[in-house]
Design a protein around this ligand. Structure first.
Ligand code: NDP
Ligand code: MG
Length: 380
């Protein structure tokens, strides 16, 4: 397997590095990509014997080239154009798409066009451009394998293609489970970044606090499994041990369980249907108490806002995603309050009157820019 990792310096990238460390003989790293974490990327490139590394921020790349001039190590590429030319030409069989947010769309489409297998962590790509991504994969015969833990669970449960009634996505509830709307009014960034079970990048951690993450995952499940929105339910499961479930037509339910550790879904995606050893501690069923409860839809309204945008289809999910990315960044910058994330997204979805037709990626890029402009205007 010849693997390229997009978003190598992030939280998923770190888990991928740990999987690679256990199975170096099976994975040749072909390239590593990040935005501007140059030094970290250089070190990973050395460790993983990558022939090249790429920073999408050209200035960060120039800086890194200066610092490591004359040293032996990976070739350093800088900027989006160099990255795209490389992704379109160098040999590879698999890409782990783990960039954060919408930035993953264009590179992911480029490798899908080549028929490369995409291990997809970057859910925003599928949310913003589900139809286009699927059509691109279908045309080239490329496979898309989920890495998001819930979708990996469903993928495993559905491996025999048996008819099901519904998919049940589990949701930890995030750091604010049990809070009222009133309680949410004054929550700060530090509190929102304290996820009870998972250690992840900042954007997805905030999405987990608003439950937008689960909304994005509903849309992701719709595209990945061709599931009708009425056949996708969400249940709160605070321990994050049951990663998701499928209820089949005969009433039997399959669940996939384990410690919350992204090395598992990454390894599943890399080698499915094989399973390779991983140094994950044994599971302690005898001391675990698993609980489930309903979602508080009134307090965490973004789940339903996302689901509605998914049902509207067309470009609505792209608008939802862009508005969310801008609002979350503003919250992380302490420019807005937690509950304003929701009001900004709702306002932009209301303003959207776009054509509900997706011809090509330009259409999606255009609507993404529009939604970001509107959101930035509201913030100003
Ligand atoms: P992080 O924020 O930890 O890492 C993001 C990575 O993407 C970094 O390598 C970053 O580079 C890179 N990146 C950011 N912006 C750009 C850009 N414009 N161009 C190129 N590269 C960029 O995120 P996570 O690892 O947490 O998440 C990555 C994706 O995986 C997200 O889509 C998330 O929803 C999904 N996911 C994550 C899970 C997790 O457990 N973390 C679970 C399920 C899904 P740099 O360091 O240089 O900024
Ligand atoms: Mg998930």
């Amino acid at each position: 397997m010849r693997l390229v990792i997009l978003g190598a310096t992030g939280s998923i990238g770190q888990s991928a590095l740990e999987v690679w460390q256990e199975h170096q003989d099976r994975i040749a790293i072909e390239g590593l990509v990040a935005h501007r974490s140059g030094e970290r990327l250089w070190q990973m490139g050395q460790t993983m014997h990558a022939p090249w590394i790429a920073l999408t921020d050209p200035e960060a790349a120039t800086q890194l080239q200066k610092v490591h001039h004359g040293e032996t190590g990976p070739r350093i590429l800088g900027g989006q154009d160099a990255l795209m030319a490389t992704l379109e030409s160098v040999p590879m069989t698999h890409v782990l798409a783990a960039m954060s947010g919408f930035s993953g769309l264009v590179p992911t489409l480029a490798v899908l066009r080549r028929g490369v297998t995409v291990l997809l962590a970057n859910k925003e790509t599928l949310v913003a451009a589900g139809d286009l991504v699927l059509a691109t994969a279908e045309k080239s015969g490329a496979r898309i394998v989920p890495v998001d833990s819930e979708h990996s669970a469903i993928f495993q449960c559905l491996s025999l293609n048996q008819p099901y009634r519904r998919i049940i996505l589990t949701c930890s509830g995030g750091p604010f489970r049990g809070f009222t709307r009133e309680d949410l009014r004054e929550v700060n960034v530090e509190a929102a970044l304290k996820h009870p079970n998972w250690s992840m990048g900042p954007k997805i951690t905030i999405d987990s606090a608003t439950l937008m993450n689960k909304g994005l995952e509903v849309i992701e499940a719709h595209y990945l499994f061709g599931a009708d929105y009425d056949a996708i339910d969400v249940v709160i499961h605070p321990q994050s041990v049951v990663h998701s479930m499928v209820e089949f037509v005969d009433g039997a339910t399959l669940a996939q369980c384990g410690w919350p550790d992204m090395r598992v879904p990454i390894a599943v995606a890399l080698w499915w249907p094989d399973r390779l050893k991983l140094s994950i501690p044994a599971f302690s069923w005898d001391t675990l108490a698993l609980t489930f409860e309903p979602v508080d839809h009134g307090t965490f309204a973004l789940l339903d806002v996302a689901k509605a945008a998914g049902r509207q289809g067309g470009l609505y999910p792209a608008v939802l995603n862009a508005a969310n990315e801008v609002a979350v960044a503003a919250f992380l910058d302490r420019r807005i309050k937690f509950l304003e994330i929701q009001s900004i997204i709702e306002e932009i979805l209301m303003r959207f009157r776009g054509v509900n037709r997706i011809d090509d990626v330009e259409e999606i890029l255009e609507v993404d820019r529009w939604a970001r402009r509107e959101a930035t205007q509201i913030l100003a």
